[in-house]
Write a protein that binds this ligand. Structure first.
Ligand code: XIL
Length: 495
């Protein structure tokens, strides 16, 4: 019901007409058959596909299709093909769908503006045949130049290294600043706004690095998400706090109050409490804060933060809660329901999304998001990364020792599915945004983790080198395609 309602709201301006299976034209040559199929159309737009079937005896080593749309139509986005930008359109294979085995079909799709979705195929050729031509490997079409964040009405964020003494910081690398500025409109500091960095001594707060980052961000019209006011993680808890002998509850409240007050005009949302759940110990992590105060430290922190800044969005943030069927998620709901029952001012739930390529399933993720949406809370994907190697898989680790085309494509589909799930389940007013935990693969915190055995995992949207220029991976296009196209597919599915 919720999904239906939100879709109605989103598409109220569209006259949705489900014209399924509107096959317009077919063309064939030698071994290849090409079929144009309108998937969906509405007043002002359409989604269509061209299906290529290899009827010949050998595998294709590339293909190209040309076709004409009516003058009323303009293709604005495509997927799974390299597309020319104007009518007559032509599309060629990408790196991963060059080969079509004998008897197999593949398809590529596109999104068009305009009222006429009809298309007429002119040529349909596979490489090697006499009448065909061999398309050169080209760079991606001009979508590369589009800014990722322009495709979303919610924040598209990135975690950054902002310790000025770090040679990977944004201050050290101009290409990093350039790419971040181009594609993202929200920042999270990877480390410098955590407890021990901001509050190293009882009576000392270090604002300089965070203020510097915020100044840089604001000058570029980028907003800042605060991470994080309270976090158990050993090295992030300042030593003086661990040994504190005064009124611990008041001290912690004061910590929250002082930080939220300092950033009152500069931070739009906070991870108020990070990782307070442990499903193995009756849901509560046995942290310093839990030991000294009990579970109330969570409600206290939200209340104090809200009292200082009623406008800032306040999130509870955790990892491995994305599995809507898991024990940890059940704990999350208990926590959230308790806070709501006590009228604690929580605005949303942050899902870190340090997921695996194959875990959790899209449907488990969807049910986790849905449960939070059902409670009227915002959903924010706060720290996404998708490593290709999974140390907990039944397939021996590492599953990949290089970033093959197939791996690149698999990762793209995973990123795409995560963003599509987000768009499908979370209605616009509850979308807190999505943030990727680092810019390029070599920046990923996962490489520091022991269980990764020093193997590259290629978890992010860009490849290096370290000082740039950074190149968008297929994963980037997966996110972009989901942002641009998911809404249209929702209609297809009759949601
Ligand atoms: C990580 C940082 O990326 C690393 O640089 C640091 O060494 C450890 O912390 N969940 C969180 C983040 O909430 O704060 C963590 O960030 C990654 C896991």
């Amino acid at each position: 019901m919720n999904i239906l309602a939100s879709l109605k709201e989103r598409f109220v301006y569209m006259l949705v007409i489900n014209i399924m299976l509107m096959v317009v034209t077919t063309s064939s040559a030698w071994a290849l058959q090409c079929k144009y199929k309108t998937e969906n159309s509405w007043s002002g737009g359409f989604v269509a596909r061209i299906i290529l079937t290899n009827d010949g005896p050998t595998t294709t080593q590339g293909w190209s299709v040309t076709w004409q749309q009516s003058d009323e139509a303009k293709i604005i986005q495509s997927w799974n093909a390299k597309l020319s930008r104007k009518n007559h359109y032509s599309a060629t294979h990408t790196r991963w769908n060059r080969s079509i085995e004998a008897g197999e079909s593949i398809s590529f799709g596109f999104l068009g503006k305009g009222d006429d979705s009809a298309g007429t195929i002119s040529t349909c050729t596979s490489n090697g045949e006499p009448s065909g031509h061999t398309p050169e490997e080209e760079d991606r079409p001009s979508y590369d130049n589009e800014r990722l964040y322009t495709h979303a009405k919610f924040p598209i964020g990135i975690a950054v290294t902002a310790d000025p003494s770090n040679d990977r910081s944004i201050y050290a690398l101009s290409e990093k600043r350039k790419t971040i500025k181009k594609h993202f409109n929200q920042l999270t500091a990877g480390n410098i706004m955590k407890m021990s960095y901001l509050h190293p001594e009882e009576h000392q707060y270090n604002w300089d690095d965070a203020d510097k980052l915020i100044r840089w961000a604001h000058a570029k019209k980028i907003r800042v998400h605060g991470h994080t006011l309270i976090w158990h993680s050993g090295y992030q808890v300042p030593e003086w706090m661990t040994n504190y002998s005064g009124d611990f509850e008041e001290m912690l409240n004061d910590h929250v109050r002082t930080i939220v007050r300092h950033f009152k005009r500069s931070v739009v949302s906070w991870d108020v409490v990070n990782e307070a759940i442990d499903e193995n110990t009756n849901c509560w992590r046995n942290s310093l804060f839990y030991q000294r105060i009990g579970p109330e430290y969570i409600a206290n922190a939200f209340q104090v933060a809200h009292d200082v800044n009623p406008k800032v969005d306040l999130y509870y943030n955790d990892y491995s809660t994305e599995d809507g069927n898991g024990a940890k998620f059940a704990c999350l709901l208990e926590l959230v329901d308790g806070l709501l029952a006590d009228n604690v001012p929580i605005d949303g739930v942050g899902f870190q999304m340090h997921v695996q390529i194959d875990w959790p399933s899209a449907s488990a993720i969807a049910s986790a998001f849905q449960a939070i949406v059902d409670r009227g809370l915002k959903v924010k994907l706060t720290e996404i990364d998708v490593p290709l190697n999974n140390p907990w898989s039944s397939v021996p680790f590492p599953q990949y020792t290089s970033l093959t085309d197939a791996a690149d494509e698999r990762q793209k589909q995973r990123y795409k599915s995560i963003v599509e799930t987000y768009l499908a389940i979370v209605p616009p007013k509850l979308r807190g945004g999505i943030t990727i935990w680092g810019l390029w693969d070599g920046d990923s915190w996962l490489l520091e983790l022991g269980d990764r055995q020093g193997v590259d995992d290629w978890p992010l949207l860009f490849t290096g080198p370290q000082d740039g220029p950074y190149k968008a991976k297929e994963a980037f296009y997966g996110v972009q395609e989901a942002l641009m196209g998911a809404d249209y597919f929702r209609q297809d599915e009759g949601l």
